[in-house]
Write a new protein. Structure first.
Lengths: 251, 444
């Protein structure tokens, strides 16, 4: 589904990614771990189309298309979704309006009919139940006045409604207490399917107790230094990241 | 001084000639007019040397040979009017048209008088009435010009304790087909009795591509405990000049709320002065100006806390595109002895193009020591993080931009209590912002 080859990216003249290689297949859940400043969030945001990065070498191919050539909204309509580390508050733009406009833009792109207000509300209500969110959130401004945990739930709610093929979760566990983490993880797990891939960027192993990855990668210094299965995450939890760096340096 | 005199002389002569050919009576109103004319001629059109006119240049207005407008043969375009309002008073090219007006059944205690009819019958009484309404307020040159040439408008009186459910809607509509360069100096006088409730809508509508000059004066006198909502919608022709003056006096515990929306005109200047004269009075001034193309839209507010324990809250938003220019100058004055004042002011502005400009200037003059006054002003562009967030959910760039601009304007429109006015403006702005972002050439 997603194939990243030798990706080099800089921002404001500073090299952030220095040759990332990653293969993600449908049905897989990947976790990208790494110390702060390793380039994890850059990778997630770049794949979703955030401006301000320069790709100096390499490619990212998504379902056979050059992902990096697409506008952010085109990526979304092709099935890419980014759950933001810091969801933006947009007073004056209604939460439910954003969801409906986004969903219908995506459905239109897929050649599906747009949902009317009733069909849409029924769908959203069902997903809100899953995320244990009160309906009062719907008619508020996008993320306006939401607590940290509410914002993260709202991200996963959006993901549940938009049903992406490739979900990128950027530090979705940060700022969540254990109950909120469980709800968010249940939301994500409910979306696991053989047609969908999930790439989680996270600093801590904690999230992986709830969302079990098939593959774990260590991103450090702008490169993936080591890949393994979920046991690698546990080892990182115990030993930190330095041994991976040393191992890579020795190789 | 001689430079000023030389510059204004031709315009002054023109206005004197116009006046002499038009107003020859011996009545009290003519005397009032003549005194106002002399004040206008002595003072002249404001220039940018005047601090209050620093950003707005009226030379183009001054150079045009505007003449008092005639009623005109062309039927107005009613599609631009707000539906579902209460009593409607329609001025076409500055002249009241009873056939287009609809005096909805008014409860007892509401008096609406057309000034032209009153002037024709009792000019001395009108003169006394106008003098009383303006008492204590030194007129500006443009207000004096209004008094000198005023021919029509409306006087509205709400008796003590009377509450109107529906607003009183005053339309000032230009049509084509009049003499070239028509001008109008309408007057609206509102007296809201003690504990009365009323909403007034002033709506200025231009005729497409016609060069016009509107110089309106509105005075609102709020008795103790009165609540007045004042909507001011300016949609003049893009070739039009618009000057609007609102003078508001607030007695004890009265409440004044204004929504001042400037969308049209080539050059527009609105002055709103609110004098909080009685304890417990509260003024909320909200406004939105959206210059586009080469429009120049200027708003000046002046809130005078004269009595103690008075409050004011101002929120103005500007959105400028193209080579549009917006100006907001909000002055708050707290007079000596006016203690326990709470005054807030916020001016936020959005620039949509590199050639657009907004000048915002909060001014505080405080002569008391126990007061709480705050102000803030920001000018910036659309937030890129918000744009990216919306687009990452599948929303096109065009729509994302339009959504964010609308959201910005909504912080003002959302506070409009009268739904037909709010809906009307939201529809107009929806269309306008869609045009703005499409014209920007952003790929859909």
């Amino acid at each position: 589904m997603l194939s990243i080859k030798n990706l080099h990216v800089s921002a404001a003249g500073k090299q952030i990614l220095t040759g990332v290689n990653l293969e993600v297949k449908a049905g897989e859940v990947h976790a990208i771990m790494g110390p702060n400043g390793s380039g994890k969030s850059t990778l997630a945001q770049l794949l979703a189309g955030r401006e301000g990065y320069e790709v100096t070498a390499g490619t990212a191919t998504y379902r056979g298309k050059d992902l990096l050539a697409l506008a952010p909204e085109e990526r979304a309509r092709e099935g890419v979704f980014l759950a933001f580390q810091y969801p933006v508050e947009i007073p004056g733009v209604n939460n439910v309006y954003l969801l409906k406009a986004g969903l219908n833009a995506i459905r239109k792109h897929r050649g599906q009919s747009e949902l009317d207000a009733f069909e849409f509300l029924a769908l959203v209500r069902e997903k809100m139940k899953l995320m244990q969110m009160s309906e009062t959130f719907l008619n508020r401004g996008v993320n306006e006045g939401f607590s940290g945990g509410e914002k993260k739930r709202n991200e996963i709610l959006q993901m549940a409604v938009l049903e992406p093929a490739l979900a990128l979760l950027d530090e979705t566990d940060s700022g969540l207490d254990i109950d909120a983490l469980r709800v968010v993880a249940e939301g994500v797990n409910s979306l696991r399917s053989s047609e969908r891939a999930i790439v989680m960027v996270t600093h801590y192993q904690r999230l992986l107790d709830y969302i079990e990855p098939d593959h774990v990668h260590v991103l450090s210094g702008g490169k993936i230094l080591k890949s393994g299965d979920k046991s690698l995450a546990l080892e990182l939890e115990k030993r930190g990241y330095d041994w991976v760096k040393q191992e890579a340096a020795a190789a | 001084m001689s430079a000023i005199a030389t510059k204004t002389a031709p315009a002054a002569e023109r206005y004197r000639t116009l006046f002499d050919s038009r107003f020859r009576g011996q009545d009290g109103l003519t005397s009032l007019r003549r005194a106002a004319l002399e004040h206008f001629l002595a003072t002249g059109f404001p220039t940018q040397r005047d601090e209050n006119w620093k950003y707005t240049n009226l030379r183009r207005l001054e150079s045009r040979n505007f003449v008092p407008a005639e009623a005109g043969p062309v039927a107005p375009d009613e599609s631009q009017w707000i539906a579902n309002t209460g009593a409607r008073i329609v001025l076409v090219n500055g002249h009241c048209m009873p056939s287009l007006s609809s005096a909805a059944p008014q409860p007892p205690g509401v008096t609406v008088v057309t000034l032209s009819r009153w002037i024709a019958n009792q000019p001395d009484e009108v003169a006394a009435f106008l003098a009383k309404a303006a008492a204590g307020l030194p007129a500006t040159a443009l207000e004096s010009l209004n008094t000198a040439f005023l021919e029509d408008g409306v006087a509205i009186e709400i008796a003590d304790g009377v509450a109107l459910d529906q607003p009183i809607y005053v339309i000032h509509q230009w049509t084509g087909g009049t003499a070239s360069l028509p001008m109008s100096h309408p007057r609206i006088v509102v007296r809201a009795g003690r504990n009365s409730r009323v909403a007034i809508i002033e709506h200025y509508l231009g005729a497409h591509d016609v060069e016009t000059f509107t110089n309106a004066v509105v005075t609102l006198d709020l008795g103790s405990g009165a609540h007045v909502h004042h909507y001011r919608l300016q949609q003049e022709s893009l070739r039009g000049f618009h000057v609007g003056n609102a003078r508001v006096k607030l007695d004890r515990d009265s409440r004044y709320t204004s929504h001042d929306i400037a969308l049209g005109a080539s050059i527009s200047r609105v002055n709103i002065t609110a004098q909080l004269q009685g304890q417990g009075a509260d003024a909320s001034l909200r406004g939105l100006f959206i210059p586009d193309g080469t429009q120049h839209l200027d708003t000046q507010t002046r809130v005078e806390h004269i009595a103690a324990r008075t409050t004011s809250n101002e929120e103005y938003r500007g959105v400028a595109d193209g080579k549009g220019r917006g100006v907001f100058n909000g002055k708050v004055i707290v007079q000596a002895g006016a203690q326990k004042i709470d005054s807030r002011q916020s001016s936020r502005n959005l620039l949509l193009s590199p050639t657009a400009e907004i000048d915002t200037k909060p001014e505080l003059e405080i002569y008391a020591n126990d007061v709480k006054c705050s102000h803030g002003a920001t000018t910036g562009q659309l937030d890129t993080a918000s744009l990216f967030y919306l687009r990452s959910r599948g929303i096109s760039e065009v729509e994302a931009r339009a959504l964010l601009i609308r959201a910005f304007a909504e912080s003002i429109l959302g506070t409009i209590e009268h739904a037909p006015v709010r809906d009307y403006l939201e529809r107009r702005l929806h269309e306008r912002f869609a045009r703005i972002v499409e014209a920007a050439g952003v790929s859909p």
